[in-house]
Design a protein around this ligand. Structure first.
Ligand SMILES: *[C@@H]1O[C@H](CO)[C@@H](O)[C@H](O)[C@H]1NC(C)=O
Ligand SMILES: *[C@@H]1O[C@H](CO)[C@@H](O)[C@H](O)[C@H]1NC(C)=O
Ligand SMILES: *[C@@H]1O[C@H](CO)[C@@H](O)[C@H](O)[C@H]1NC(C)=O
Length: 402
């Protein structure tokens, strides 16, 4: 059955919601073909066209009639999810990251993990997440970030929540994330809080793998990345701040205690001088950096992540090498957030589209190289003519040919 017949048949059976389902279906077709592609040898393809094998790690079975968005996400990412207990991970530059010991997490954690967005604003303006008419080309950076967090949760089966937080009457807005994370740690074993300009660079790399790699132990309260080596990022004792824009925290009594102390820091009952950070930059981050980290200083309490792996972006690599290998933080340029959401899709969509293109090459690649052009005519070449042609290959062309 040809592609056209297939689409026609399916569209004819569509109900009243056919219009949007059609769009999804059209998106599904290349994916479905790409899946089929894995199962058959394709000897009609000359070796000239052979692609490198896309590293499939899982077999996913999809219901052919199910064209819902969760299935589309599953179709795109499911086959190549990185195993949670893999001994290593090779990034897009070919750099290999290895576990330092046996993995702590060998099973998926699923809904024990909460991916958490927190905001006290309504976000209903144009290009914002809660506006019904969100368009790609007008999207504001925050929307792209939060949608990326949601997609990450969907891919791995984690829980996702967006919490509309109340404001503190007398503190800068970002303080609200402290009590909100504390609440979330009552319902979930692990939470991942990200500012909306933070995202995972490899959506197929599970959190469990990262927690293995970053040595999460039973006693770890939280993991945060260190900030770049710049003067404004130092606390009063001369140590660099931990960035509170990306936090992995683990449920425990001690974690609850730490968050309580943190949220109550500006009351100064425990930490004299902390009230200053209610409104002064860097707000809750400065409170954590100046007080909490020195109070919660058992070896495993706070895991400090390297800036190069969990902070910054390649565009900020000249700021202390913080290039965000695993977790990107776009303080360098918020305009990069939407571009990187696109990367999170295109990194995976492109190889599949390309495989489809090449695997069906016999349907659409026409080889007219055996002919020569004469005015408007194509004239089949003799063997001698072909041989002569080979000698002057590329004469009137340049690479890419534009
Ligand atoms: C997927 O299924 C095929 C056929 O059953 C099998 O040969 C292959 O090893 C499976 N791949 C994985 C990653 O499980
Ligand atoms: C990564 O680990 C796998 C086994 O888990 C191994 O086969 C592979 O060689 C390793 N890759 C590198 C680059 O170390
Ligand atoms: C994890 O432990 C290894 C080995 O002790 C160490 O080299 C590495 O820096 C640790 N990673 C973090 C993020 O603490």
């Amino acid at each position: 059955m040809g592609l056209n017949e297939y689409s026609y048949h399916s569209l004819a059976n569509m109900g009243p919601q056919g219009r949007w389902r059609r769009v999804l279906l059209v998106a599904m077709i290349p994916m479905a073909f790409a899946l089929v592609y894995y199962s058959y040898p394709h000897d009609y393809m000359s070796t000239r066209f052979a692609t490198s094998q896309y590293p499939q790690t899982q077999n996913d079975s999809l219901d052919a009639d199910d064209v819902t968005m969760p299935t589309i996400i599953k179709a795109l990412y499911g086959p190549i999810l990185h195993p949670v207990d893999a001994a290593n991970f090779t990034d897009e530059d070919g750099d290999v990251y290895r576990l330092h010991g046996a993995p702590k997490f060998t099973q998926k954690l699923g809904k024990k993990v909460l991916i958490l967005d927190i905001d006290s604003r309504s976000l209903t303006g144009e290009g914002q997440l809660m506006n019904k008419n969100l368009k790609w080309n007008r999207m504001r950076p925050l929307s792209a970030g939060m949608l990326s967090h949601y997609m990450f949760a969907q891919i791995h089966g984690y829980d996702y929540k967006f919490v509309r937080a109340p404001d503190y009457a007398d503190r800068w807005g970002t303080w609200v994330k402290v009590p909100m994370m504390k609440e979330a740690l009552k319902t979930h074993d692990y939470i991942v809080f990200m500012d909306s300009d933070v995202m995972f660079h490899y959506p197929h790399l599970p959190l469990e793998w990262l927690m293995n790699y970053w040595n999460m132990t039973d006693d770890t309260l939280a993991m945060m990345s260190i900030d770049p080596n710049e003067p404004q990022n130092y606390d009063m004792k001369g140590n660099r701040y931990l960035n509170t824009g990306f936090v992995i925290a683990q449920q425990s009594e001690r974690t609850q205690e730490m968050y309580k102390s943190w949220a109550e820091c500006p009351s100064e009952t425990r930490y004299p001088g902390c009230a200053k950070w209610k409104l002064d930059w860097a707000h809750e981050q400065a409170a954590f950096g100046n007080y909490l980290r020195y109070d919660y200083d058992r070896p495993d309490d706070i895991r400090v992540l390297p800036c190069v792996e969990a902070n910054g972006a390649p565009e900020a690599a000249n700021r202390g090498g913080c290039k965000g290998v695993f977790v990107r933080h776009f303080w360098v340029d918020k305009g990069l957030v939407a571009k990187n959401l696109a990367d999170q899709v295109m990194q995976y969509f492109l190889p599949r589209l390309h495989q489809l293109y090449l695997s069906t090459a016999h349907e659409h690649i026409v080889d007219a190289k055996g002919y020569r052009l004469d005015g408007a005519d194509l004239i089949e070449m003799t063997e001698d003519e072909k041989e002569a042609l080979r000698k002057e290959a590329g004469k009137n062309q340049k690479d890419e040919g534009f």
